[in-house]
Write a protein that binds this ligand. Structure first.
Ligand code: PA5
Length: 546
């Protein structure tokens, strides 16, 4: 390699990961720019600063002769080096605009300063009716924090999600991005075939970020989550007219709902595309070493991704289980993992003053144990967030609902459900509290027009944007429920529903859930109760061995 340590080069970002970028230089050499080499200040959101296609001036800090690649740094450039123009041959055919680079650098510094104290979400406890001495739980929280981080608690074989945003499989991540691009470009529909933790996270993310508007390409459909003959037959009929791919997801590989649907989908694909064509349209996410689906996927030669053995289904949204379908839907999974990595960083200390996930866990535990609350409503304000509520219900319901304990996790969508459940929540028996997710920025803007006749009496809203109207509905509801209704209300403020913030939110809830379940004295990571119906069903269906 001609380059040596200390050389200054200009390269283009060609691939982006949550914590580093790959730059391409003249002559085809590549360099790795790690988040820690971007600036001396703490950088929260790497992928908000670095984009594919950006051009950076960097210093070579390490050389790997064997792999013909380099490690490069922006922060190790001296001021003089930053300002020095490079000879033109180093720059490549297109002239690089150094003034733009300088502007970027100053933006980075500003962004960092603004962001250091900003959480991906804000937990507002200002609407609690109950006075809670949160600090009094610190000792207990310290103990449990140790259990989570040292793997000494019940179910400690399932803690792989804790460091996953840093320890994810990078080779698989790159494959997921490439395969997702292929599916987006070659198919009309992706069918996500899975149930419970093997599909809820993907659906929550896709709907929350993409919205529920007219179907976008590729359309994402869900099967394998029901045994309802009408839904399955209708979906299969619809697919007969479509060019579709399937992502079958099952850790055990024996889940009845998923296996039955997959058999039907595979049959249809083989009829439509032949065996070889079907093989290229099927992507399987399975356990690494065990299970019927793994055996089938290996035999048929499907593209495969892994659900790690140490991550349970409901904690798996940030693995291939969620990431592949989410990426096919066109959502930025780099940002999503980046948001999760920032949450991991933010919730890595036990201090209840700093750790919002643990504060949330403590408050819900206190309301459950000391105030006798039996249910928690997760409140969202968008139909596209209904599935986020479903994901959250599984996370907390399956993790805490055992040994005769646990809050009932319920979800409502306002303002829709203010016209149904609103009465109970305002005036009913006070056995519950509310946790409201408030997203500050909507994707779309729509203004109410003025009508000369004003027969509907709505001119008082003319000129107002719908988000402004919804904001007032939110403020009015919180006040009604807390001041008049005396409900405890925790508010989780999220800046916007994009990959970064949802990745952050997913991790926030998972960390809070582990803490909360341990505070209740149960194993957060098993689900013995779900086996009972399966045994009965298998017995009734005559499955061998039941
Ligand atoms: O969280 C869980 O463990 C469950 O919801 C499972 O994900 C669900 O039952 C599907 O299991 P499998 O992936 O083995 O098909």
């Amino acid at each position: 390699m001609n380059e040596k340590i200390g050389d200054i080069l200009v390269g283009t970002v060609v691939r982006l990961y949550p914590r580093y970028a790959i730059l391409l230089f003249d002559g085809g050499k590549t360099g790795l720019l790690h988040i820690s080499e971007l600036s001396n200040n703490y950088i929260r959101n790497f992928t908000a600063l670095v984009q594919v296609g950006n051009i950076y001036k960097v210093k070579v800090i390490d050389i790997d002769e064997e792999n013909d690649s380099m490690r490069v740094s922006v922060k190790q450039l001296t001021d003089a080096e930053r300002h020095r123009n490079l000879p033109k041959e180093h720059i490549g055919e297109d002239e690089v605009d150094f003034s733009a680079l300088q502007t970027h650098l100053s933006e980075w510094i500003n962004d960092e300063n603004q962001e250091v104290n900003m959480e991906g979400i804000k937990l507002d406890l200002g609407h609690l009716v109950t006075k809670i001495d949160i600090a009094s739980y610190q000792e207990k929280v310290n103990e449990i924090h140790k259990m989570i981080h040292e793997g000494t608690g019940l179910g400690s074989d399932f803690l792989g999600w804790v460091d996953w945003p840093e320890n994810y499989d990078q080779e698989e991540f790159a494959r997921i991005q490439e395969d997702a691009k292929y599916v987006r470009e070659h198919f009309d529909v992706l069918v996500v075939c899975g149930i419970g933790g093997s599909y809820l996270g993907a659906r929550a993310a896709i709907e929350a970020i993409r919205g529920l508007g007219p179907a976008k390409k590729p359309e994402i459909l869900y099967l394998g989550q029901t045994l309802d003959p009408d839904y399955i037959a209708d979906t299969i009929d619809y697919l007969k007219t479509k060019h579709f791919a399937v992502n079958v997801i099952s850790k055990s590989g024996t889940t009845t709902e998923t296996s039955v649907a997959f058999r039907l989908l595979k049959d249809l694909l083989e009829k439509q595309l032949g065996k070889e064509g079907a093989r290229k349209a099927i992507y399987a996410t399975t356990d690494k070493e065990n299970g019927a689906l793994l055996t089938l996927a290996k035999k048929e030669g499907y593209a495969r991704y892994v659900l790690p053995a140490n991550i349970g289904g409901r904690f798996s949204v940030l693995t291939a289980v969620g990431l592949f379908p989410i990426a096919v839907a066109g959502i930025d999974i780099v940002s999503m993992l980046n948001g999760a990595a920032d949450a991991r960083h933010d919730f890595s200390e036990p201090s209840l003053e700093k750790n919002a996930a643990y504060r949330y866990a403590v408050v819900r535990h206190h309301l459950y144990e000391k105030e006798g609350k039996t249910a928690e409503f997760l409140v969202t304000y968008a139909p596209s967030q209904v599935q986020l509520g479903e994901w959250w219900k599984q996370l907390f319901g399956e993790s805490e609902g055992k040994d005769g304990k646990g809050l009932l996790p319920a979800s409502v969508t306002f303002t829709t459900d203010l016209h149904s459940m609103g009465q109970f929540i305002q005036d009913g028996k006070k056995t519950f509290f509310e946790t409201t997710i408030r997203v500050n920025k909507s994707r779309r803007l729509l203004t109410v027009g003025k009508d000369e006749e004003n027969l509907d009496g709505l001119n008082f809203l003319a000129g107002k944007d719908l988000s402004e109207i919804q904001q007032k509905a939110f403020e009015g509801t919180v006040e009604a429920h807390t001041v008049t209704g005396r409900n405890d209300n925790l508010i989780l403020e999220v800046e916007e529903m994009d990959g970064y913030h949802l990745g952050y939110l997913f991790y926030f809830f998972m960390k809070a859930c582990a803490m909360s379940a341990y505070l209740n004295g149960v194993n957060p990571f098993n689900q013995p109760g779900v086996e009972v119906y399966k045994k009965n069903m298998f017995h009734l269906l005559g499955k061998p061995g039941y």
